[in-house]
Write a protein that binds this ligand. Sequence first.
Ligand code: M6R
Length: 613
Amino acid sequence: MCGIVGYIGPKEAYPILVKGLKRLEYRGYDSAGVALLNGNGIEIFKKQGKVIKMEGIMPSETPKATLGIGHTRWATHGIPSDENSHPHYSQSKNIAIIHNGIIENYASIKERLQGRGFTFKSDTDTEVLVNLIEDILLSEKVALAEAVRIALNQVVGAYAIAVIEEGNHDQIVVAKKGSPLVIGIGEGEYYIASDATPFIEYTKQAVYLEEEELAILSLSNGMELKSITNEIKTPYVQELEIELESIEKGGYDHFMLKEINEQPKSIFDTLRGRLLVNEGTIQLGGFNEFKNKFLSADRIIIVACGTSWHAGLVAEYLIEDLARIPVEVEYASEFRYRNPIITERDIVIAVSQSGETADTLSAIKLAKEKGATIFGVCNVVGSSIAREAHAGAYTHAGPEIGVASTKAFTAQVTIFTLIALTLARKKGTITESKFRQLINELDGMPDKVAETLKVDAQAKYIASVYKDVANCLFLGRGINFPVALEGALKLKEISYIHAEGYPAAEMKHGPIALIDEEMPTVVVATKTEHYEKVVSNIQEIKAREGKIIAVVTQGDTVISKIADHVIEVPYVDERLSPLVTSIPLQLISYHIAVMRGCNIDQPRNLAKSVTVE
Ligand code: M6R
């Protein structure tokens, strides 16, 4: 969490920083700030709240500066406040820093610095780091970059930092460990940011810093890259493929709504070049390289968090059913702390939209140490998890900016369908005719999803009926149980209504006690193997006067007679059904949150990319 941005070059820095911070607000919006370096020294402007609040405190004439850094915060150490906002000055105000991450040993360093006469204005670990740098700079009499390097060898934790120094108009020093940092290279100028979106309209040439790398971005000497152990490195410059339109709202009120509506395209993009229907094959580059490992694996362990974990649960159904390989799905945060048994014969799949989730990243590092093969399913190209994995498959859903994940989920499910089908065919656990039927249906999914999106008006009506409820239950069975979990997560995170997802049959073991005329239950009840049983679950709720919103297959005549509301989705094979059943649940949550006046794209307390454990 936290977004960082910086600029050095011939242009005015402030407008670039502000625009960049707005694009990075998905990473945190507890406070925002900039530090500008000019003839007056380093001037810092920062304010609790969103970037717009910081704009409100800027002087009518913004200080002219061609070098600056900016930060948007998701609070970890210290409450959201003006004092705790970044950038932070060092004690002398000669150095300023922005930081994304956590310095775990900040308390002992702070104590040491206090003993040396340093005083602190904030509760942050970041202010400790900038003063450590200053202390080293003064006591060791070294240049800024060397002081940063020495300081980073003393800290434990995660960081993406940018550091500037009074009077040093030629240079920004940046470094990274555990949090992302990308450098954009323009003509005689450098940009830095947590992801490439702040500079995409200026340059497509980018260098992603690797773990424990430090770069000196100098207008006179170019870029110098080294490890924090002082080993000189050669920067790997890559051409970015993101387009500006993909990170703008494009006429929609919210990114979330745009991203929900993009799903026909994002699923198409995930399948493009991989699903070759005419040839009757699937080509998954990253997978092919490791196919023998997959085929001989004792089991597959999927680690992820949040929505990505739900996609992992869908994958468990798909891979076990089609390819008959045992799959375990783990919360990344739990997996790493329970001394898991992992061997060289295990495949660990990390699923992550951002590719930066700290728990997932730590989980795969642990599994890698124990010899497992790591496969990444990430959306953000070049992200930390993608780079840490031995191999992987990008979801290619395009930038997802709304904090509530939507198109990333369906893209992840699409990738897992491709993986499960490929494994099944190679293992001979699927007949050729079933394989052909499923790949043909998969090829048609973008159209089916487009058709499903037509339920929007109905979803809006249902939202208007239930927008004021305090609780909501979501039920599903089989492969649609994870869809119920995902529906509940969507509702709670953006509307702040308490919601629970449950396997439909589990309801009678506890949650049924919650049912009364006030309690709506959203049931995924499409035509699957479990259809009759789900109908019985619906009857059980109706017998207790509960309200039912059922997602059913087009033409269903049974449930429409029992349920209070039905939303029809097109018929698809059960294995592909999460790609359509998840859509109405996304839309209902979206409309409820809008009607409740919630902040759709930046729900309270959340951030898009959770880079702290
Ligand atoms: O970037 P990741 O997929 O690793 O993120 C995992 C979760 O933080 C994320 O899915 C979160 O639960 C979303 N806000 C859900 O909409």
